[in-house]
Structures are given as C-alpha cells and as structure tokens.
Design a protein around this ligand. Sequence first.
Ligand code: C5P
Length: 217
Amino acid sequence: MDNIITIDGPSASGKGSLTRSIADNLSFDVLDSGLLYRAYAYLYEKGVQTSEIASYIKNLSFQFNLNDVHVYDNKEEITTTLRSEKIAQVASTLSSIKETRKNLLEIQRSFYDGHGLVADGRDMGTVVFPKAKLKIFLTASSEVRAKRRHIELQNRGQEVNMRDLIEDIEERDLRDRTRTLSPLIPAEDSVVIDSSTMSLDEVLSFTKKLAKKEFDK
Ligand code: C5P
C-alpha cells in the first residue's frame, strides 16, 4: 500500500479544498490532476503538438499553498485562464482521448516520492494510484456544486450565469462518467461522501478520522 490518499469526484464537489486541507494537516504533497488536464488543454489551444505537451507541462511552475495553487508559464501567471470554464470544457473533451491520458500518466505518478501524497481527480483511485491507502469519492448534487463554483469564479473576478454553469457542469460530468477510458466512477474500495448538506469542516473532520485510522496502523 502506498502512502497516498486519493480524492476523486465530479467537478466542484469540494475536492480541491479538502485535498489541500488534508495535505496541510498531514504534511503530505498535493497533486491536482485536473489542473494538469487544464494545462494540457491550455497548451493544446496554444498550438503545442500533443506529443510535446508533456515536456512543456514539466516546465510550468505549480506553487501550492493551503488556499490555492498558482501556475506560471515562464513568468506569466496562467491560473485564472486554467480555472476558466472554457479551458475546463477543452480539458474534458481532450481527456477522453487515449493519447492525452497516456501523456499525463507518468507526470501524475511522479508527484509521489514515497513520503505522502493527496491526489485529487477523477481516476486517482481507479487508475493512477490503485494501491493508495485511503480512497475517497466526494460528490454533491449538481445545484450545490454549481453554487460553489459560482462563488469560486466570482472570487476570481469572473462573472458566469448560474443556469449556464449548471448546464456546463452537468455536460462535463456526463462526458466524464460515460467515457470509455478512466470514467468517473468510485473505486470499489473507496469511501463515498455526499457533501450536499455538509460543510467543508464536516467533510474535513470525517476524512481526518478515516486518515488517522489508515495511517496510524
Ligand atoms: O478537476 P477539474 O475540473 O479541474 O478537471 C478538468 C477536467 O479534466 C475534468 O472535467 C475531466 O474531464 C478532466 N480530468 C480527468 N481526469 C482527472 C482529472 C481531470 O479526466 N484525473
């Protein structure tokens, strides 16, 4: 078993905040795999050849802290671009292609150096880190998730219509759930948490208890 906690689930289910809080609590590293898919989409849109995107991604700088992650392309900060719904849609379309997933697999695995990792995504527990010690599948209703994403985008200074947001989220979820490669499904040995009526603090303390049980063995 690897010293890894995987946190999979649909978009805006709160995976990012939970991942950073748990990682901070345990002094583990963080992998935000969705951000790698978004970086892949960003470079694809810039016209980089798909066979070269992986090496370009290695040259981006990812700076994690408790509240957020900042991404730089040379000196230019590209976090807001990567977090936009437009890039999310391109990432979701590209992520169903075999070559994309293959190109990103080793980069994702390279985030684990044996110490401890919290990995957030769609297939962390099923495909990328099947030997993870603790696997969480975090979900919430699409309305609750759209509201959370709305607040997140507003805080970044981006205005989006709620109805469009719910449609975007549902469209992306459907694509992620029904694709043939690495579909969004809970790993058989995962703990499923529906956070529709839970606060981040409640989800966090529940997950901390699970982690304590697994990692104190
Ligand atoms: O998590 P986030 O919303 O940033 O992910 C953007 C898109 O990247 C998702 O909609 C999904 O299509 C894709 N993705 C994926 N596998 C992952 C993480 C993200 O296919 N492990």
